[in-house]
Structure formats: structure tokens, C-alpha cells
Design a protein around this ligand. Sequence first.
Ligand code: HEM
Length: 425
Amino acid sequence: MSPSTEAAPRCPFGHGAEAPAGHHGYQPFQMKDPFPAYAELRAEQPVMFDERIGYYVVTRYDDIKAVFDDWETFSSENAQAPVRERGPAARKIMEEGGFTAYSGLSARRPPEHTRIRSVVQKAFTPRRFKVLEPFIRQNVVDQLERMLANPERRGDIFRDLAYDVPTVTILTLIGADVAEVDKFKRWSDSRAAMTWGDLSDEEQIPHAHNLVEYWQECQRLVRVAHEEGGDNLTADLVKAQQDGAEISDHEIASVLYSMLFAGHETTTTLISNAVRVLLAHPEQWQQLVEDPKKIPAAIDEVLRYSGSIVGWRRKALKDAEVGGVKIPEGAGLLLLMGSANRDETRFTGGEEFDISRPNAREHLSFGYGIHYCLGNMLAKLQAKIALEEIVRLAPNLKLDNPEAIEFRENLSFRVPESVPVAWEA
Ligand code: HEM
């Protein structure tokens, strides 16, 4: 691979002094406010080799969409690869623990991807999760009422609502134990940190233990479905296999390994971001209080403006070109959808949050093409229910000290640590 070493032009946005030359203020793992750096990159160096992570960083909408669309040139096989190599201690723990998990779908290539996705898609229909709607709504109401009962009139939307609701939903869908929310959250945090984080060898050790436990649980769920059946997605996949669908037990466990992470982590973030961003724009929040029918459009605008995943990876399978820059065979690309979603060439006034934006749905937060997020409807359904109940039960919610909100360090997932709120009597 031959990264460009050309000095970057002087930066008109004023980042040049503190940022390493050529990076335009972009710090791959910093998530607090990456948007000024994204804007600089789009303007100055829309395809930039970043030697700190070893990836070509792509920031313009059209380039990113074209790469997603061309799966024959740009494969997703590196989408789940650890950004930082696993250290010897973590590798040993995982080997000895029988950790053989592989991506359920997102890092698989056709024809294997096509085969597994078609089996999963038949089981993961809106019918399977639509029946859960009253149950999801009740869970939202219970969590909210518990938060609103706090006599200090303060809460944290992340911890008090967004953490639990999507996790209970996906555990129910898959047939896992809903009393184990904290355990699944801990495992998921480990997965996010081990794959997309910047951990030292030492820091990886507890996470390696967690991944072993997590994978063992996925395999156990498949065994239980074989032995006992059940009315859940795991049992449906096992039944499909028994009826002749081409999917192995290891592949089913891998799908669970994916969904028990993707199925809540990103929705927790979506609900948190929806409340955080809408309350930061009180006049738009008020519009939803007065007319909740505007909520679905507002959710798409939240996904555009503040997506749960701001970067996703691809690998060039042959020599290629992106935005006029040569990409050598074997190179990794980091597609910054968080930047594409604010690209002025697609979204007029892209840096502004506007729930009446006509084309918000063109955001790339769910990816694009053959790997387009399988859970997008479930994620949006849950965010819609959460917002409907919050504007109904807590219309006068306010953000409490929003400047203090921190975001976890990560290459791809932009997750607020908390969304503190307060309300009047
Ligand atoms: C706000 C919530 C969510 C966001 C932002 C999100 C985002 C994404 C992204 C960026 C991809 C990769 C797309 C690509 O490579 O082109 C993806 C794939 C996927 N997502 Fe989601 N996701 C969300 C919720 C969910 C939920 C709730 C589920 C499951 C219940 C889910 C399951 C999956 C699966 C299985 C894939 C792999 C699809 C494939 O490779 O064919 N996601 N998602």
C-alpha cells in the first residue's frame, strides 16, 4: 500500500495548528464533535490515507454510496476486524475459551452472505417484531414512569430508558433471558471496544473473557432451540435448517452473536441521540409534542444528523479509484457516513438539524446495498414508540447540562455516555 504523503494544504477552518499535518483535525477515535473535521476533509481531502489507523478515510456522500454499492470491488470482509491487533494474552484467552465466532452477516461475502441473509430475512420479518409493539410500548412507559417518579426531577435518558428497552426487545426476539440485560450490555460493550476501540494489550484482557462468555451463550441458545424449540427467532432459524434451509449451527450462532449486539447497542444510541438532539432544538421538540405524527420524519433526521454509527469499513479486492484517488488492492477504506450525511451536495444546509427536511431518509446511517441494515425497521419502530411516549408523558423535558455529555472513544460507534434531563412539576 502506498499512502499519500503529500502535505495538506493550509486549513481554512483553523485546525492546522493543533492537528497533525494532513489530518484536518480528524482524530479517528474522538467522538465528541467530529463534524468540523469531517467538513474540512470533505472540502480539502475527501479521500485521505490516515497512517495512524492504516485506512483510506472517505468523507463525501457520492463516493461513500458508490463504494457501498460496488461490493464486487469493495468487500465488507474487514467490517468486524479488530482495528488494533489482539494482544497475546487476549488471543490465548479466546483460543482456550473456544471462541470461533465470526460475523453473522456484515463481514461475509457473496455467495455465502446471500445464502445466509436470505434465510435470516425470511425469519426476521416485520411480522415477527410487530407483534411485540404493545410489549415494547409498555416497557417504555414503565421505564419512563420510574424515571419520572424521581423526586429530584432529574434523570438520564440513556441509563433510565434507552439502555433497557431495545435490549429487552432483542433478547425476547431471540429467546434469551430478559433478566440478563446487564450481562448482554457488558458483553456488547466488550465487543465494541475489542473491535472498534483503541485498547492496550492489558486493557483487552477482561473484554476477551467477556467475548468467550458471550459466544458460549450464543452456542447454548442454538442447542436449546434444537432441544426445546420455542417461539423466537433462534427457534425459527433452527426450524428453517431442519426444513432444508442451508445454514449450519455455527452460522446460526454467528447470526445471534451479531444480533445480540447490533440489535440493541445502536438503538440505545438512537433513542439517546433522538432525545438529546431534539431537546437541544426546543422549538422542534415542541412541534413533536403538538403533532406526534411528525416523529417518524424526525427520527430519520436524527439518524442523518447524529447517526449511531459514523464510520464503517470496506476492503479493496482489486486496484480501484475513489473520488479520483487510486486505492491499491488490499487497502482498507473507512467510510465516514457521519460526514456523508452532512454533505451539502446532497443535503442543503447539512450542518443544520431540521425535522422537516424532505430528503433526510437518504442518509447512509444504515449503510447501503447488499448489506443494508436488516434491523432498520425494528430500530425505527422502537425509537418511534419511545418518542411518542416521552412527548406524551414528559412534554416539558429539558436537557440538563448538555455540555457535560461525553462520547465514548471509538472508530465507528458514536455513543453518548449519558443524556441528563430535568423536568418541572
Ligand atoms: C439505529 C440502529 C441501527 C443502525 C444505525 C444500524 C446500522 C447498520 C449498519 C451501518 C450496517 C452495515 C451496512 C453495510 O455494510 O452496508 C448494519 C448491518 C446490519 N444490521 Fe444494523 N443498525 C441498527 C439497528 C439494527 C438492529 C435493531 C438489528 C437487528 C435486530 C440490526 C441488524 C443488522 C444486521 C444483521 C446487519 C448485517 C446485514 C448484512 O450484512 O447483510 N441492526 N446495520
